[in-house]
Write a protein that binds this ligand. Sequence first.
Ligand code: CAA
Length: 699
Amino acid sequence: MSDKIGYDRVGDIAVLSVRNPPVNALSQAVRQGLWDRMEQAEADDGVRAVLIVGEGRAFFAGADIKEFGKTPLEPWLPNLINRIEGSPLLVVAAMHGVSLGGGLEVALGCHYRLAVPSARVGLPEVHLGLIPGAGGTQRLPRITGVEPGLEVMTTGRHVGAAEALKLGIIDVMRDGDPKELGLAYAQELLAAGAPRRAISEMPPPAAIDWDAAFEAVLAKGRGQISPAWCVRAVQTSVEKPFAEGLAAERQIFMDLMQTDQRKGMIHAFFSERAVSNLPELKGVTPRAVESLGVIGGGTMGAGIATSALLAGLPVTLLEMSAEAGEAARGRIEGNLAGALKRGKISDAQHATILNKALHVVTDYSALGQVDLVIEAVFEEMAVKKTVFAELDRVCKPGAILASNTSYLDVGEIAAGTSRPADVLGLHFFSPAHVMKLLEIVVPDSAAPDVVATGFALGKQLGKVSVRAGVCDGFIGNRILAVYRSAADQMILDGASPFEIDKALEAFGFAMGPYAVADLAGLDIGWAVRKRKRAEGVQISARDAEFPDRLCEQGHFGQKTGKGYYDYAGGAKARVPNAEVLEFIAAERADKGITPRDFSHAQIVRKYMAAMVNEAAKVVGEGIARRPLDVDMTLLFGYGFPRYHGGPLKWADIVGLEGLLSDIKAYAAEDPGVWAPAPLLEQLVADGRTFDDLNKEGAA
Ligand code: CAA
């Protein structure tokens, strides 16, 4: 008998305790164990009720995701749940921690559900490119009604116990030990003669306009298909008898299991967790960080400070003058007001942060006792070096000195101090209290425990931390420079920025590259281009100048009301700025280019090929340790659509050989952008994939 499910008898109740750490995923052994223990309980003389309870952190976190993509092993979850629901015994679920996906579906197969107040339930399958596949689309709407049920499953959000009680997902909410509470509840039900209550036998809910709902959900998903398929599955719960609805749900689930979107999203799920799991950090103890210093209170510094304050760290922020300090405080207050409004912090926390945790200072000596300082000043080496010289002078021994530089050589910054082992890059993305990506930039001189501290801090701040080596732009901005250059070149050759944005938005990006540039501020890219030109660095043989023309007119994007788009009607009502087309036409004429048409498919192919090729160089040179590190950088810092998994997962899915052959064809036109990455050539020659490299690099 399976050791995954404990069995003990308390009076006339059989207690089935789930033991599959860390999160009680419903693996084959767990499913078999539940099946066998149900049989045991039914054969056990005098047992009248069964209590299912999870040991450890959760009731069940859902199906075992590691089994996805393999042949499903019996007993299948839908059958197990039908078996639980069909038992002649009264079956009660006592839920704590999370009950997600198949976990909530098991609970919905029980006759009564109790949860502790801290419990969370949900059907997050859409985040894996799937729909609930074990009766969730059939049972949930029968108790919540169609619209609330659809909202829960199409968003995949976690629903707290109090809300679950209101929605009817659970029957009672009580505080205490789940097993004790569950036993007491089961006894009450038995004493009251409560009937077995199978959701599958309840009448179906009322219909809605299914086609309209399907289209609305599809549009919201930016090309992601699984949420829309929840609508079709729920439709069957209304239109068909339960068993047929269940079969239809299973069919959709199995069909989605075969899709590239499912592969991309499951890659993202595991990569998000693997990214901070580096072999070099095994057994390395991070230094304690109980206080933070931030140098510079502009948008970036204020965002970093906000992020730390929201994570409970006290922050000392240094500005150059009292006025600049006040402005910085104002920015942080604005950020915190947003967090308060969204319910991320309570009134009391808000007050504590402002009155006790934030110190704005103008004198370096105030940073003498902080454990880690992050510099976020002007992006110029000489300025950075001056700041680090000051930090070196005032900071206590063992303090970590970090730079938020986006491009500069962190090794050179470190070498300018007397303690290079304590220096690293912590590259946040703007707005730093919102964006989840943190590039941890590791110069050769950095001590392992300093790197480990960077990762520990990232975790504390709720970031997805990616290790990056030192090069111009690290992982993300280095790749961005190349695919943006490829896009600029397509524009010179005949595409328009608006068509490029449209094509990439249809691919799944929330915003195309030119809309993003408007949001970030066109002056930022302008400054980088000027620096690179001064350094003689030029990616493409043809230097696109139309972006400069815009800046010369004072059009810096959203903040000036005009950039590639005109924002007179607000950010959401952007319209193309016709001037841009004039600048482009003039440049084409100047360069003697005859424009040609690009289809959306050609735009996406070329843009993605540039991204993949540079990403392969970044991995090949060791700037990123594994392909998945690039994938997570693009996903969490650059709006790459999660359902494609990341650029290198996408490349594996579409096929490396075809991509390489396209890259070689493009290289004939412009070798600067398109020189094939040696790693890509090697993988194609060996018939291997980026994912093979991920597996080799697993910690
Ligand atoms: N299957 C397999 N492994 C899982 C898992 C699952 N369903 N859920 C979590 N894990 C693993 C994680 O990969 C991680 O492993 P490592 O330690 O080796 O990295 C470990 O459990 C702990 O997970 P987290 O680090 O994520 O811990 P957390 O406390 O931050 O979050 C959680 C816990 C909320 C359960 C989160 O892991 C999560 O959201 N899991 C996915 C839940 C989910 O999507 N369930 C639906 C599955 S699909 C389904 O059920 C289909 C169906 O209808 C039949």
